[in-house]
Design a protein around this ligand. Structure first.
Ligand code: SF4
Length: 125
């Protein structure tokens, strides 16, 4: 056990929409009984990329004693993950990730997806 940053989910706020599942590259989050859950603490690296996608502000980071993050556990988890995903859209033009490459961007605590066509506009204004 170590003290480290890890995702905290406010179950009162979470409506189980699932928007936070696919941004988690480690597969640490799942919807269980209609609520988002960290399925095993060792899968959450505490990077917080899921935070900005929650429409209800149910996700935050906390520092607490928990398991060490394990890249080995993540690799084993990825093998078992189903191949379906929740399609994300560009925050600027709404094109889906099935139609264009999307890149993660973050500003002032808010995470967004941006497609490669909108990225130059975002950079240059
Ligand atoms: S995005 Fe927010 S409301 Fe939706 S499942 Fe995740 S924590 Fe719950």
């Amino acid at each position: 056990m170590v003290m480290r940053s890890i995702i905290r989910i406010d179950e009162e706020l979470c409506n189980g929409c699932g928007a936070c599942i696919s941004p988690c590259a480690e597969g640490a989050l799942a919807i269980v009984d209609g609520k988002a859950k960290v399925i095993r603490d060792e899968l959450c690296d505490g990077a917080g990329f899921c935070l900005g996608v929650c429409p209800l502000g149910a996700l935050s980071l906390e520092i607490r004693e928990t398991d060490l993050f394990s890249e080995d556990a993540v690799e084993k988890m990825k093998i078992t993950l189903p191949k379906h995903y929740i399609v994300q859209h560009c925050s600027f033009c709404s094109v889906s990730e099935d139609e264009a490459y999307l890149l993660p961007v973050k500003r002032r605590g808010e995470s967004k997806w941006v497609c490669t066509r909108c990225l130059p506009r975002l950079i240059h204004g």
